[in-house]
Design a binder for this molecule. Structure first.
Ligand code: NDP
Length: 317
């Protein structure tokens, strides 16, 4: 039986609705959460992401503002902007869109964001809160992975979870969240020996690698839940053929997109995994939509925490 498809678009939409309700409640108390996004220089992909974030703010009732320092701006100028946003009381969340132009010291700029306003959850103070299970701001995409699992009623406690990828922004925080939820967690990376065998132990397999379709059916225990964080743009016809060439996985809509646009968005998980897994997130429409929904959640959470109240945990809300 093919895997149950875990619909990230629907889950993200539910979360946005819950956040909008929370924003309304806060408005009645005279508080409007505010998010400032810094987009330095010109990067077409970043511009699309930022537009999506600002639009999402409008939809849930969060105040959103965008800052666009020029490509030639210096680290000192960015630091001054962050300091100004740190001081402004009506700004609860500060998001520095990465990558920054090369002359800017990204680490220094991210470190300058007030941890209480660090809605990306990348500041070492928030990383420390996460690893010691204290209330803080959790990175959006990893938090979204947990929301998908919980809202799809996939048990986590006591389960074997394998995370492929150990980046600071996805792999490590996902592993920490699964551990905090009482899974037995293994983290894999490019030096892991016999990766398919390790992955086959997983009840929950999370792929955050950045390699199109690398996780094939032989990596997956029958019935396992597979979460595909990968967002990989395929432009090579041979790679497209490897993923969607088999008669089982032919996808007319994808073929049309690939033919007309010359590219298509895929995940790290090969389509054949749908024949082995018990549950699977699609790409697009799986983890991706959760990232912005959790950014909205984090902004409201930051607004509440800064004012001394707690945001309800979404999946239990
Ligand atoms: P990174 O490149 O920072 O990390 C990739 C990880 O995968 C590394 O830990 C690397 O190991 C590991 N890896 C690479 N090749 C292999 C291999 N052959 N076998 C085992 N492990 C391997 O990527 P990110 O964590 O930033 O992103 C991962 C994916 O998630 C990307 O496709 C990205 O686009 C996507 N993404 C999606 C988001 C969303 O949906 N909103 C948000 C963020 C990311 P090592 O450490 O040894 O090099």
């Amino acid at each position: 039986m093919p895997a149950r498809i875990l619909d990230g678009t629907k889950i993200a939409s539910d979360i946005r609705c819950e956040v909008a309700v929370e924003v309304k409640t806060m408005a009645a108390a005279g508080v409007r959460p505010g998010l400032a996004v810094i987009l330095a220089g010109h990067n077409p992909a970043s511009e699309i992401y930022v537009r999506g974030k600002v639009k999402a703010c409008e939809e849930v009732g969060i105040y959103g503002e965008q800052h666009t320092p020029p490509e030639t701006a210096t680290t000192a100028e960015l630091l001054a902007l962050v300091e100004d946003l740190n001081r402004r009381d009506e700004i609860d969340g500060i998001l520095v869109q990465l990558p920054l132009p090369p002359q800017m010291d990204s680490k220094r700029i991210l470190m300058a964001v007030d941890p209480a306003k660090d809605v990306d959850g990348f500041h070492p103070v928030n990383v420390g809160f996460l690893s010691t299970q204290r209330p803080g701001l959790v990175p959006c995409t990893p938090a979204g992975v947990i929301e998908i699992l919980e809202r799809s009623h996939v048990p986590i406690a006591g389960q074997e979870a394998v995370v492929v990828g150990r980046s600071d922004i996805v792999g490590k925080p996902v592993a920490m969240l699964l551990l905090n939820a009482n899974a037995t967690v293994t983290v894999c990376h490019s030096k892991t020996r016999d990766l398919p065998e390790v992955c086959r132990r997983a009840d929950i397999l999370v792929a955050a690698i950045g390699r199109a379709g690398m996780i094939t059916g032989d990596f997956v225990k029958p019935g396992a839940t597979v979460i595909d964080v990968g967002t990989d743009r395929v432009t090579d016809a041979a790679v497209f053929q490897r993923l969607f060439g088999g008669t089982l996985y032919k996808n007319a809509k994808r073929e049309e997109t690939f033919r007309t646009k010359g590219s298509t968005l895929v995940g790290d998980v090969h389509p054949e995994v749908a024949e082995v897994a018990g549950g699977l997130t699609p790409v697009p429409g799986g983890v991706g939509p959760l990232t912005i929904a959790m950014l909205m959640y984090n902004t409201v959470k930051a607004a509440k925490m800064r004012r001394g109240s707690r945001m309800p945990a979404l999946s239990r809300a």
